[in-house]
Write a protein that binds this ligand. Sequence first.
Ligand SMILES: [Mg+2]
Length: 276
Amino acid sequence: MKQIAWIVVTDLDGTLLDHASYSFAVAVPALQRLRDQGIPLILNTSKTRAELAPLRDSLGNTHPFIVENGSAVCTPAGYFASPPTDTVLLDDCECRVFGVQYSQLMSRLAVLRPRYRFTSLSQLSAAQLAELCGLPVEKARLALARDFSEPLLWQDSEDALLSFKRELRSYGLSTLQGGRFLHVLGKTDKGLSLNWLRQLYARNQGGEVKVVALGDSANDIEMLKAADLAVVIRSPAHEPPQFDTTGRLELSEREGPAGWADVMQGWLDGLEQAQE
Ligand SMILES: [Mg+2]
């Protein structure tokens, strides 16, 4: 493996992908520049493995990726000379699971359902989800192919939400607020899984690896806090998430992938100047 100094870890929806159109077209030149520099781009998303497969193809991305808000880190078989341990092989990827199995999670939600008002993704048809998220039906179908977590639309009070979260915690489950949904998952997050992956890179090249992380929502906070450079991408849908970090912090001027491209181009300029 070539010696690398940095990895770039990015959220997708509202960050690399436009909140409304899901396009990354405006970021293509910056993505190409990362590739030219040999800097791995790691997708770290609430999306499922099924959703990521076509997206990784369209991005031409062959690097490890993190699905369902840190529930699993999936490494293409053969990517690392010294491969990760404690993994399961799913579709040619070595997956280290930090979350819980979907069936286990859904049986817990079934117990809580009579006492709280919420709609979970599993209650929606692909057509309904497509309408709700402005997605093509085929893509909505991939979002319903879940392994480790369940997104909910919360329809009860804030007080009820506190009590719901408390009950989930007693089951060893946690919640994360994304751009559109409240995600129920195991005791993991995008930062815990990123730290594990960073160590895997470091072990494979015998030296420290630095991280740039980019995200737009509250479910990105742990990932942003784990980074050496945290980039908050402005959203058309909500205020930037607030948090403290010991690393550097930047806020994009523009929203979504345009902001992503601006910050990455500026960062790559700095990196190239430092190399000269
Ligand atoms: Mg997002």
